[in-house]
Write a protein of this length. Structure first.
Length: 263
């Protein structure tokens, strides 16, 4: 039971978006430009159900995440991300875990190192460091400084775009029980597409595969995301999406909503 509760709690940490163009999980190569800011406030509500013999398990949870990005140079961004999360685990109607709190804080740099204006194709690298501001005992963080890097590719056309990501993360756990339960080396790959339906409305879709973080013979996590982004003004976007797991390793359903402002 302790193992199951810990896995459920840390699952929320791993599901926090990497602040791509929300509600997408796949990032793009877009940078802000020197001296410009972007603020994002995103939320996620998740539900997951499992049946093991006569035991019915239900997990609900979510997070509210905030990120502030600053353009250090025309091709280089610095961002700081933090979030508040909660998670509840029930078995046959009995609550076994109900935790909430601040998670780890992540600092990221996005470097667009290649861009072809003629082909509308670009590449970027996005390294990150995660600092242990969350309570590892409650499953709200790793407990140690962790890191990773993402390779991002974007291809654009007049009214549509495709983005591809491949990432690696090294999660350093401070608790012995977490080191026994979870893998330290995690990878993920994803592809996303967006289509400009009107001047203000975009439809987006995403499919991702992440290595399973538990030290068990479970399949990798696979999920899809679909959603809409509405541009209230040139500087303000609202978005709404649905994330659905494609196998039992991934959370069943998540509702995503977000706000983005540039200044």
């Amino acid at each position: 039971m302790i193992t199951k509760i810990s896995a459920m709690m840390l699952a929320v940490v791993w599901s926090v978006p990497a602040f791509a163009t929300h509600p997408l999980m796949t990032d793009d190569t877009c940078v802000q430009g020197k001296g410009k800011f972007q603020f994002e406030l995103n939320s996620e509500y998740t539900t997951d159900h499992e049946v093991e013999g006569s035991i019915f398990e239900k997990e609900t949870g979510g997070n509210v995440a905030a990120a502030l990005t600053y353009g250090i140079a025309d091709n280089l961004d610095l961002s700081v991300e933090s979030y508040f999360q909660w998670s509840s685990l029930m078995q046959n109607g009995i609550i076994f875990s109900d935790e909430k709190g601040i998670g780890d804080t992540t600092v990221k740099i996005k470097w667009k190192f290649f861009e072809s204006t003629r082909d509308q194709f670009s590449l970027a690298l996005k390294p990150k460091l995660s600092f242990p501001t969350g309570d590892a005992l409650k499953g709200l963080g790793y407990g140690n400084i962790s890191g990773g890097v993402m390779l991002i590719a974007t291809k654009e056309w007049e009214h549509r775009a495709v983005h591809c990501n491949f990432g690696y993360a090294r999660n350093s756990y401070s608790l012995a029980q977490d080191r026994a339960l979870y893998k330290e080396d995690i990878w993920n790959a994803s592809v996303a597409a967006e289509v400009h339906m009107t001047n203000k409305l975009r439809s987006v879709a995403d499919i991702s595969i992440d290595s399973n973080s538990e030290n068990v013979e479970f399949p990798n996590r696979v999920f899809v995301v679909g959603g809409l982004i509405y541009s209230v003004t040139d500087a303000v976007d609202l978005d709404l999406g649905v994330k659905a797991g494609l196998n039992h390793a991934e959370t069943d359903t998540s509702i995503l909503a977000g706000f983005t402002a540039k200044f």
